[in-house]
Design a protein around this ligand. Structure first.
Ligand SMILES: Cc1cc2nc3c(=O)[nH]c(=O)nc-3n(C[C@H](O)[C@H](O)[C@H](O)COP(=O)(O)OP(=O)(O)OC[C@H]3O[C@@H](n4cnc5c(N)ncnc54)[C@H](O)[C@@H]3O)c2cc1C
Length: 325
């Protein structure tokens, strides 16, 4: 039995998305393409198909758009990004233009003055900062050199053993990638698009991503449970009915794929299953703390970082003071 995705889901979208007007019309009953996931990738795919005049529908399990880009505007009295907040490699990152065109305030966070480096409870002196910078340079050079040479080995196997190296490894590993250095490939490190300059967004990067949803046909609260691609075209089973289309663009994370939440008929090729298994999700959690006005001598957007003991990398955590005010 085939049932079109319900109108209820679209109406839910109108209330949940706040300032971003979602699609006001009926969802296309027989779209050419079904896009699974309304994160940055799914919404970008939707905008590209809209420009090309291809009919499509975006199916999203959650009750909001954005996925891992999510600005919470309610809990703290100011915008807080639970997910992504930095527009990295801003010289060629399209979210810079999207943000500017939509009136967002982008703040250069490439090398903020006044970052705090703590050493056993005291502020580190100039010599310690210089030693940390030397370690940054040495670690980055070693991992980049291996990656540039085409070596695909754990970054932990090429880093020099030197003072402050544990702090650098934890910063650029657990903090930046959500993975420890023994699980980061030198090749991936070299190929990564992560880079400077880097911008924060006063209104939240999640809010910029959400603008991509404007006027797109998104069915919220609709989880895809199965994709049958055995014949010509695809049949996409959702919690709200079945959709037939010519093609499906799947943007769920490898975490979702590896958990087996979506049943494929026939099963995905082994090489694709292996690729998803080989690129697991990292784990990164942000904890916002609300202060009563005390600013502790820290400037807006300053990093608070400290020396990580070589033998206790799990003790690492990092803070940004008074993000965007
Ligand atoms: C804490 C944190 C901090 C980060 N910081 C940065 C940063 O500063 N800068 C940066 O560039 N990146 C950062 N990232 C990474 C960035 O957020 C992600 O790379 C990006 O948002 C991924 O977008 P996506 O569309 O590929 O996937 P997602 O955002 O995961 O979108 C996939 C969508 O699919 C939906 N979905 C899942 N299963 C189903 C299903 N069965 N049916 C229907 N829908 C489904 C999900 O709900 C989700 O909305 C951070 C991530 C996290 C978690």
């Amino acid at each position: 039995m085939s049932k079109p995705v319900g109108r209820r889901s679209v109406l839910a979208g109108l209330t949940m998305a706040g300032a971003t007007p979602l699609f006001a019309g009926s969802l296309p009953a027989n779209p050419d393409v079904v896009i699974v996931g309304a994160g940055a990738a799914g919404l970008s795919a939707g905008r590209a198909l809209a420009r090309a005049g291809v009919s499509f529908v975006i199916v999203e399990a959650a009750n909001r758009v954005g996925g891992r880009a999510w600005t919470d505007t309610r809990s703290l009295g100011q915008p807080f990004d639970h997910g992504c907040s930095w527009i990295s490699a801003a010289n060629h990152n399209p979210f810079v233009q999207i943000g500017r065109e939509n009136g967002f305030s982008l703040i250069d966070h490439t090398s903020p003055d006044g970052d705090l480096l703590d050493l056993d409870g005291d502020r580190a002196d100039a010599a310690d900062r210089a030693a940390l910078n030397r370690a940054w340079g040495a670690v980055d050079r070693a991992v980049s050199r291996a990656g540039r040479a085409g070596r695909d080995v754990p970054a932990s196997t090429v880093v020099p053993d030197m003072d402050w190296a544990a702090t650098v490894r934890s910063w650029s590993g657990a903090m930046d990638y959500g993975m420890d250095y023994d699980r980061i490939s030198t090749a991936d490190y070299w190929e990564s698009a992560d880079g400077q300059p880097s911008f924060l967004v006063r209104e939240g990067l999640g809010s910029i991503v959400a603008t991509l949803a404007a006027d797109l046909p998104v069915a919220l609260g609709t989880a895809v449970t199965g994709i049958d691609w055995s014949g010509s075209g695809v049949t996409v089973e959702t919690s709200d009915g079945t959709i037939r289309a010519r093609a499906c663009i799947l943007t769920v994370s490898t975490g979702v794929l590896n958990a087996g939440h979506i049943r494929f008929t026939p099963a995905l090729p082994v090489s694709q299953q292996q690729a998803a298994a080989d690129i697991p999700m990292g784990l990164l959690m942000k904890v916002p703390l609300l202060f009563d006005g005390a600013r502790l001598g820290l400037g807006e957007n300053n990093w608070v970082t400290y020396r990580i003991p070589e033998d206790q990398p799990g003790r690492a955590c990092y803070s940004v003071a008074w993000p965007c005010g």
